[in-house]
Write a protein that binds this ligand. Structure first.
Ligand code: DGY
Length: 339
């Protein structure tokens, strides 16, 4: 009997997904969520045919060097700035991500942060839990926040998640402006009730600015001190995209000095570290990169990562047809000895 291909799973996954994988593979599944440094990643990947990795696992040329066995790396996330796609392609390793299955949950979460930041829910809850609520003596003008309804929502990055954020705005009777590399088809603009504007216009007009950009070198600090200076002091900034798109130190200064009203952040530069100036502020709602973390969506992401590995390693009915490849050219040009 030929040995099953070996697959390493870098983060704890749902038992039913592990059971699916175990039908096809000899699996090694990590029991703890923790980052793996380059040395450990290199060593783990050297001994397997496939891997499912998390966003903190950086797979680059140094990690792949000398690896002649690995055929697929499936990322547990749609963002894939932790994967060096050129290096993976050169090494003949297929990479995949988990697009689409998380769009609606992440769009929901953008609204959770907008509402929480505008209506000061985090700070109010901390105040209540600390026993400060004086009951009926609470001042009539305490805890006043900002309305969302009737305001202008700006979306920077209008892919499928951005469009989901926009569609939800009609329930709040908001005007929607967006800025994107390319204009959306007219039909989609109509469905989203969204109007394309240039970036300075978006910054100037938005009462709520939601960032849904992929993280690339060009997008680093897409929102920094100069951009924050163009925004309304009454505006709310929401980042559900990636840390590093916002200059967190400049953002903290703007929030502290009243140049921006509030922010809702799910992602941070250098996470899991959070800039200490942000931690010290009450007008920012912070969450630990959980925008896609609904029970249904995290299961769908895990299953999609598993589908990619199963297909890429030639197993099951989908053999040879990974559903969401990032570098599909690898499928056609498997290097000699790795096909
Ligand atoms: C992604 O999929 O890129 C998200 O950030 C993970 O939650």
């Amino acid at each position: 009997m030929t040995a099953k291909p070996k697959v390493w799973i870098a983060r704890p996954l749902f038992p039913e997904v592990l059971a699916r994988l175990a039908q096809h593979f000899d699996i090694e599944a990590e029991a703890l969520d923790r980052p793996h440094d380059a040395t450990e990643l290199k060593q783990k990947l050297a001994g397997v045919d496939g891997a499912i990795v998390g966003l903190s696992d950086r797979v680059d040329a140094s990690v792949l060097e000398g690896n002649t066995r690995l055929k697929v790396v499936a990322n547990l996330g749609v963002g894939h700035n932790n994967l060096d796609l050129d290096a993976l392609t050169r090494a003949g390793v297929l990479a995949s991500n988990t697009p689409d299955v998380l769009n609606e949950s992440v769009a929901d979460f953008a609204w959770a942060l907008m509402l929480a930041a505008a209506r000061r829910i985090g700070a109010a809850e901390r105040w209540l839990r600390a026993g400060h609520w004086p009951g009926s003596n609470m001042r009539f003008d305490d805890w006043m926040g900002l309305d969302l309804h009737g305001r202008t929502l700006g979306i920077l990055g209008m892919g499928r998640i951005g469009q989901g954020v926009a569609r939800r705005a009609s329930g709040f009777d908001m005007r929607v402006l967006y800025h994107n590399r390319s204009r959306l088809p007219e039909l989609v603009e109509r469905e989203c009730r969204a109007t394309l504007v240039d970036k300075p216009e978006l910054l100037r007009q938005a009462d709520f600015l939601v960032l849904v950009l992929p993280f690339t070198a060009a997008n680093r600090h897409a929102i920094g001190a100069p951009e924050l200076a163009q925004m309304k002091p009454s505006a709310v900034l929401v980042n559900i995209a990636r840390g590093g798109i916002v200059d967190d130190a400049s953002l903290a200064a703007a929030l502290r000095e009243g140049r921006l009203a509030a922010a809702g952040l799910d992602v941070f530069e250098g996470e899991p570290q959070v800039h200490p100036d942000l931690l010290a502020l009450d007008n920012v709602v912070l969450s630990p990169h959980i925008a896609s973390a609904s029970a249904q969506t995290r299961r769908a992401m895990a299953n999609l990562a598993a589908d990619n590995v199963i297909a890429a390693l030639g197993q099951g009915e989908v053999a040879g047809k990974p559903p969401t490849p990032l570098n599909p050219a690898v499928l056609h040009h498997r290097t000699a000895g790795k096909a």
